[in-house]
Ligand binder design. Structure first.
Ligand SMILES: Cc1cc2nc3c(=O)[nH]c(=O)nc-3n(C[C@H](O)[C@H](O)[C@H](O)COP(=O)(O)O)c2cc1C
Length: 455
């Protein structure tokens, strides 16, 4: 019997390529069907039946164009491009499910909070409270250039702006309309009682929103808030605003201090340590036996595209490694980004000399997170170990091939987790927030940071 019940999300995006590189070429991969509703509705049903809490929809707003100084290699290898708008998938997936949640990525850098708040409120109504927001500040110069922002704000300034963004969103979602503002009183001819709707009167450094919100409160009011900051500033932001935190790391021992620090930072702000549900990214390759799973993994490795892996490596790190010998040790590269990456990969195995080729091999299946290979029992052991060592609440499970990775997890790992009491047997209950925090927690927790409107 496992000691904790895990929360599982599927890590998806509206693109033929996610964090593994080149695997769309695998004969069993059907990623090119990403443009069909059929793919998404089938996935949504399967995940719900298997007891997943939700689908996490990643998103970026520009091409990963650092490697080779342009978009060509990202385009050739389908490295998170082409990519459509994931928000458009949610109504369709909600229509074929009853309790699956949808955590969609939206950036605080390019959309006004008033518009973003209305979009998420609309979906929270239509899904009856099953929407989550993965709050990102964005990191691509290519997005800033094409969205009229010129240059990006500096990293920490983006978070400062995001702090105010969350304040505005909170006022829109939580404070502008009272619970009983909507009367639908036919006799008195009152649809909305104006006395129960108030203006924001928000006049901040980045945003001015003088008037009331335009949409009525939805079941959760505030969508379930996710975030994935890994820097000190990002962790501080998560501690203040997030309810779900995505982390990634090569080993649970590496993640453990980050999880502990974030929970402690939340506690310092008066929140309970458990007010944060922490999910780690992992990719699972599984089959009937360890040998079969290992053979599947060896087969996947043959399809890794070195250029694609380097596109994904260079984009977030912000430095172009295309002129470098693939066999040069990372530690010898003179750049801040490379030194950060050298430390990241050394944490996976300090005794190994990490070269760019080794990095491509590691990242090609499963990106920066771990790839767990084995039978259902072996994988369940490993998930349990990760959860115990790093104090995790669950996992954000990426795919290697679509939809085969999720099919395999559902066939081999889900029954094993259930047998150990590590996964709920039925569907997730009610709203997305209830799936993570239990019944009667549809609304923000009382210890979640609150703002007030001053008129
Ligand atoms: C699991 C996971 C998913 C992420 N998804 C996205 C995404 O969809 N879009 C995005 O722009 N950034 C995404 N990020 C990046 C984070 O938002 C953040 O920029 C990154 O973790 C670096 O954190 P920092 O800015 O605090 O250093 C993701 C990070 C993780 C760990």
């Amino acid at each position: 019997m496992g000691s904790r019940v895990l929360h599982l999300n599927a890590f998806e995006n509206f693109s033929p390529g996610n964090i593994s590189s080149g695997l769309w070429r695998h004969p069993q991969d059907r990623s090119s069907e990403y443009k069909t509703l059929r793919y998404w509705t089938r996935l949504a049903r399967d995940l719900e039946d298997a007891g997943f809490d939700g689908v996490f929809l990643a998103d970026i707003l520009g091409i990963l164009d650092v490697y080779r100084g342009g978009p060509d290699e990202a385009l050739r290898t389908a490295s998170q491009v082409p990519i459509n708008d994931p928000i458009t998938l949610i109504s369709a997936m909600a229509a074929v499910t009853e309790s699956l949640g949808f955590a969609v990525t939206l950036s605080t850098s390019y959309t006004h909070p008033f518009l973003l708040a209305r979009t998420l409120t609309s979906l929270d109504h239509l899904t009856e409270g099953r929407v989550g927001w993965n709050i990102v500040t964005s990191f691509l110069d290519s997005a800033a250039r094409n969205l009229g922002a010129g240059e990006q704000l500096q990293h920490d300034d983006r978070y400062d702006r995001a702090d105010e963004y969350l304040e505005v969103a909170h006022k829109l979602w939580e404070l502008s309309w009272d619970d009983d503002a909507v009367r639908v009183d036919r006799e008195r001819g009152v649809y909305v009682d104006p006395a129960r709707v108030r203006p924001l009167a928000h006049d901040g450094r980045y945003f001015q929103v003088p008037d009331p919100f335009i949409a009525e409160p939805s079941p959760q009011r505030t969508p379930l808030l996710f975030q994935a900051g890994s820097s000190a500033r990002g962790q501080r932001f998560a501690a203040q605003h997030a309810e779900g935190v995505f982390v990634h790391g090569t080993r649970p021992e590496v993640i453990a201090p980050i999880v502990a620090q974030t929970r402690e930072a939340a506690a310092r702000l008066g929140r309970s340590r458990d007010s944060l549900k922490v999910l780690a990214v992992a990719t699972i390759v599984t089959g009937e036996t360890d040998e079969i799973a290992r053979a599947k993994y060896e087969d996947l490795l043959r399809y890794i595209d070195y250029g694609g892996a380097m596109v994904q490596f260079a984009g977030p790190a912000g430095f172009d490694v295309s002129a470098l010998d693939p066999d040069i040790p990372l530690a010898d590269i003179d750049s801040n980004g490379a030194q950060f990456s050298a430390r990241f990969f050394a944490s996976a195995d300090p005794d190994r000399v990490w070269t760019l080729r080794e990095v491509a091999h590691y990242m090609g299946v499963g990106g920066m997170g771990p790839t767990i290979v084995g039978s259902g029992a072996t994988v369940a052991d490993e998930l349990e170990r990760w959860a115990e060592v790093a104090d995790l609440d669950g996992f954000n499970l990426a795919y290697a091939v679509r939809p085969g990775t999720f099919d395999d997890i559902i066939r081999h790992v889900v029954p094993e987790l259930r047998a150990r009491g590590m996964l709920r047997t039925g569907r997730a209950p009610g709203t997305f927030r209830e799936a993570l925090f239990g019944a009667d927690s549809t609304r923000l927790a009382p210890d979640h940071p609150h703002w007030s409107i001053s008129l």
